[in-house]
Design a protein around this ligand. Structure first.
Ligand SMILES: Cc1cc2nc3c(=O)[nH]c(=O)nc-3n(C[C@H](O)[C@H](O)[C@H](O)COP(=O)(O)OP(=O)(O)OC[C@H]3O[C@@H](n4cnc5c(N)ncnc54)[C@H](O)[C@@H]3O)c2cc1C
Length: 201
């Protein structure tokens, strides 16, 4: 069995909450004998967002353990939006390359089910489209939790606030906005988040 690469991100004792110290390695022995306040298994979309938020606390150490490589050898395919669709990482060593179980409603066939196996996870091999669901969809998440504590966090109001916080949205021009009937208003879209999003027709 091929040895697993273990890129490790450390965010240690941040002097300033917004700029934690980070270090990465593919040498698993670097973890030996070390303890961390939090260990996040899986350096994908959710894992890195969680680790990043945890690392904003001061005096907190966070380790992220990722099964895939760190992706530096395919940096352009990861960082250039949409590149993965033109020059993709699916069906390569950066893809777990799952297939679904053959099912009658899929013509009895298995289907390809790519998932990223690299730091960044499926975000590193995806199309980079910045999508959000509709109000009824997020409110359905809320309803599905049958009034459990915190269920309201999954509804539209809280989710929209978090989406706005995450994004810096660059609107399309007014003519295209009118044609597409898209709202580009700061009421609905964020302007100061870390994720750069732009709309186009
Ligand atoms: C080809 C493709 C195109 C897509 N296009 C878009 C798009 O344009 N826009 C959009 O919004 N969404 C898109 N998506 C969906 C989106 O990328 C995923 O929904 C999202 O990235 C999932 O995040 P996640 O954190 O749940 O999992 P992932 O990001 O997949 O992260 C899981 C991580 O855990 C690691 N891991 C798994 N097991 C272990 C283990 N035992 N030990 C250590 N690490 C482990 C994996 O290697 C991976 O890095 C696309 C997905 C794919 C595959």
């Amino acid at each position: 069995m091929a040895p697993m690469l273990l890129p490790l991100l450390l965010a240690a004792s941040a002097a300033h909450a917004s700029s934690p110290r980070k270090r990465s390695t593919t040498d698993p022995t670097q973890l030996s004998g070390k303890t961390f306040d939090f260990v996040v298994v899986g350096g994908g979309t959710a894992g890195l967002a969680l680790a990043g938020r945890l690392a904003e606390w001061t005096n907190i150490t966070v380790a992220v353990i990722e099964a895939g490589g760190d992706g530096t050898d395919v940096r352009d395919q990861i960082t250039v939006p949409g590149m993965s669709y033109l020059n993709g990482l699916t069906k390569t060593a950066y893809d777990w390359a799952y297939s679904t179980t053959p099912q009658p409603n899929a013509g009895g066939n298995p289907l390809s089910w790519p998932r990223g196996k690299v730091l960044g996870g499926s975000s590193a091999i995806n199309g980079g489209f910045w999508c959000r669901g509709s109000q009824p969809e997020y409110d359905a998440w809320n309803t599905l939790q049958n009034g459990a504590t915190g269920a309201e966090d999954w509804g539209w109001t809280r989710m929209q606030a978090s989406i706005k916080k995450a994004e810096t949205f660059t609107p399309m021009n007014d003519a295209d906005a009118a044609r597409s009937r898209c709202s580009t208003s700061p009421t609905h879209t964020g302007r100061t988040g870390r994720a750069s999003a732009r709309s186009s027709l």
